[in-house]
Design a protein around this ligand. Structure first.
Ligand SMILES: [Zn+2]
Length: 177
């Protein structure tokens, strides 16, 4: 799925929203570098151009506006961004002092990040959590191929697809039989 257009939008997002900046690795399948987060190593895992445009970009826009309203510089650390069970998963830490262990996050089904400490007296943290939650839920309705309204389909790999893309996919699968 990572074609030229994907790379272009990926680069544009990193430029526009510096919290998405990733180091440049020479080889495509480089060894995992543990000085960096999973996101900085592997980028957007399993996402499509459409999801970058319809989910990641507006989500970043809202996150940056949220920091602006609070008069703070965005210092969110992006830990991992992937498609899992047909849903966008955006794992992050609020800052260096509050790094989340990614294994912990995964083990409790991606909820770890929302159990942010001191949530009640930290409205910035809560607002960001709400923004991320909103786009993660939205991903269950955005066809990963074309962006039309879709739903999660019972394919071997569960994907969020609109009717057209789902039917096309079923046809392709039937032809292979
Ligand atoms: Zn579609």
């Amino acid at each position: 799925m990572k074609d030229k257009e994907f790379q272009k939008i990926d680069a544009m997002l990193q430029e526009k929203y510096p919290i998405l900046k990733r180091p440049h690795f020479d080889e495509r399948y480089h060894k995992f570098n543990d000085e960096y987060t999973i996101y900085q190593n592997w980028g957007f895992e399993g996402l499509s151009v459409v999801w970058l445009k319809q989910l990641i970009e507006p989500m970043m826009e809202e996150i940056y506006k949220c920091y602006e309203r609070h008069g703070e510089t965005p210092k969110l650390i992006v830990e991992q961004v992937k498609e899992k069970w047909a849903t966008l998963k955006f794992y992050y830490s609020l800052d260096e002092d509050h790094r989340q262990a990614i294994h912990g996050i995964d083990a409790i089904g991606g909820a770890g990040i929302r159990l942010y400490p001191n949530g009640e007296d930290d409205s910035l943290a809560n607002e960001i959590a709400a923004i991320v939650r909103k786009y993660e839920s939205k991903s269950r309705e955005v066809c990963i191929y074309c962006g039309k309204k879709g739903e999660i389909r019972p394919l071997r790999w569960r994907l969020t697809l609109c009717d057209d893309c789902y039917n096309k996919r079923l046809e392709q699968m039937n032809q292979k039989k």
